[in-house]
Design a protein around this ligand. Structure first.
Ligand code: B12
Length: 215
């Protein structure tokens, strides 16, 4: 954890100084102070998971959370240029991954990060969106012929829709491997009725998987 850098970044976020927060984060990549992974894991992720509203701000908490998310999203999208540059140096695996969140799941920052990590491992990863209806997921699989579908689920009640989606993927496209991840799977019981091939609890798991999948 890069505590000092996090503290400075966090101060900009708390004061809602978007320009300063974005420039600070992107300078860390430009100057190679942090890698993409370190920026995402040590600054961007805790800035959201540790988000708390002060009691005096309760009324305006929702828009504060939305604004913080939009700052992090701007940094993520701007980091894409660095992803493209680094991915050029990574041997391609010639494996396609469709990355998404299922219908009703709006939390998408984590899944965008996952798509970027997969690109850095040499996968051909496409993030097709959050809150993706079942029929759109199936039509994306039909169009892209992916080797893997990676589903991110944060809210535990969306495990029901995840089961429906994974059942249909396995029914119509049994050759496609399913990767699950996200906060909803923190407990092992949450997956007992779901058909899947991989469940990753950390980014290290995802990186190990990347190393194991041969070209
Ligand atoms: C930002 C946010 C929102 C934003 C999301 C905006 C956006 N565009 O993404 C908005 C405002 C939309 C939102 C809405 C809601 N939210 Co919200 N939200 C958050 C918050 C503050 C941050 C989430 C986040 O981005 N974290 C940072 C990312 C990087 O972390 P991550 O998602 O865990 O992803 C990492 C790993 O899990 C992993 N990963 C994730 N997906 C995958 C997939 C694969 C394949 C792999 C390998 C790995 C992987 O990799 C990532 C990087 O390490 C969290 C607080 C928290 N503790 O997380 C609450 C939180 C997730 N939300 C919560 C709730 C309850 C809601 C709402 C129900 C609130 C409401 N009453 O309306 C709605 C639900 C909306 C919906 N239908 O999905 C709860 C969930 C609690 C629970 N267990 O049910 C939390 C935990 C807040 C809390 N403490 O109560 N939320």
């Amino acid at each position: 954890m890069h505590q000092k850098l996090f503290d400075e970044f966090h101060q900009y976020l708390q004061k809602e100084e978007k320009d300063k927060a974005v420039v600070f984060a992107l300078d860390l990549l430009k100057n190679q102070t942090l890698s993409i992974e370190q920026l995402y894991q040590d600054l961007l992720t805790p800035a959201l998971t540790m988000f708390e509203c002060e009691e005096k701000d309760e009324e305006i908490c929702i828009w504060k959370e939305h604004f913080r998310t939009s700052i992090i999203r701007t940094i993520l999208e701007s980091s894409y240029l660095y992803i493209v540059e680094r991915a050029k140096q990574v041997p391609k695996k010639n494996k396609k991954v469709v990355v998404l969140t299922p219908a009703f799941e709006y939390h998408e920052i984590g899944v965008i990060m996952v798509a970027h990590y997969l690109l850095l491992e040499g996968f051909d990863a496409s993030y097709i969106g959050a809150n993706t209806p079942k029929h759109d997921i199936l039509s994306a699989i039909r169009a892209y012929h992916p080797d893997f579908v990676a589903l991110s689920v944060t809210t535990p009640y969306n495990i029901v829709i995840t089961k429906q989606v994974t059942d249909e993927i396995k029914r119509f496209f049994p050759e496609v491997k399913i990767i699950l991840g996200g906060q909803a799977f923190a407990s092992n019981e949450s997956t007992h009725s779901i058909q899947y091939d991989y469940l990753f609890k950390s980014i290290e798991d995802l990186k190990t998987f990347g190393k194991e999948v041969s070209r």
